[in-house]
Design a protein around this ligand. Sequence first.
Ligand SMILES: [Zn+2]
Length: 396
Amino acid sequence: MRQPVGRDTATAGELFALVRAGRAATRADLVRLTGLSRTAVVARVSALGEAGLLRVGADLASTGGRPPGSLELATDAGTVLAIAIGRSRSQVAVFDLGGTELAASAVDHEVGAGPDLVMPGVADQLARLIGLVTPPVLGVGLSLPGAVDTARGVSVDTPVMAGWDGVPLAPYLTAVAGEAPLFLANDADILARSEYLGHAAQARDLLVLKASTGLGLGVVADGRIVTGALGAAGDLGHTKVPEAAGRPCRCGDVGCLETIAAGWALVARLREEGREVEHVRDLVAHALAGDPEAKQLLRESGRMVGELLAVAINLLNPRAVVLGGDMAAAYDVYAAGVREAVYARASALATRELQFLPATYGDRAGLVGCAALALDEVLSPGAVDARLRSLARVGG
Ligand SMILES: [Zn+2]
């Protein structure tokens, strides 16, 4: 059972969070959930209304049928920007405060391009999108492949993202985001965050595989995304496996799982055989069209990844494993390979109730997750209280 929030002491920001989470729809709900007096709730709610974050009572009369004191998130009070940087294509979007996508676009770039090549294109696309949308930008969520330092907001020590290490990204976005804060996360962690809003919203223990050009794993343990001491948690693709012995990896090392199971390696293998494939999405398209060789490669990748997932499953005992990323778009083929290895290797108890699920938002998962990251930060109780304090200072 959920605890009352800060009984007798709940702040306006905490009240706002209850409305945002759908747990309170009226002032009476807030009184009941927080133990605050009705007078205290009315004062906090009117401060949130004046700040433009909530719509209250009379303003909602036109919607009809609402009880007095009804509350609603003012989803149009601002926007957040979502930026999912990929190896060869980046997606950008604008979301309202309710998490609804208002406009989206994609930018293609060369594989391995650094921030000086990628980020100006990203900013240009966002400038075009924002031109269609008027509310102020309150925050930016951005995902990158590889390890990231979430506190400093930079990519760290990852040869796979050469040129991005330690480079501050906020300055590239000043023209579109102004002073709005930038929040950064690893792409597999962002995929995991999108699942909080999806199939796995109720699962407190979850593994989320991103099987695309690279291989990454988002780890949710006891309801929290685990990033690890140096941001390298879930860096599954660069685990050394015997079948890959001696094969050079794009990380600069040899013998990594990626050299035999990542999208980039499978594409390279097909190209060596004279097949016309540019990107892992082409490989997936062939598989979906029934090409036996493409299907075989994807199933084998799933099987090899599944062998390592089995260890993670025995460690974490997750409720579900979500298979996302470009390769998992051929879900049946990929999941068959993963399942085969997991059931052969993981323990009977850890797999007894284990579910395998496709990523809820498919190829939009990166944008959904980036928006959720930014919204959870800029609409957190602490951030909302700080906003009210600064408005009070300006007003007083
Ligand atoms: Zn490697």
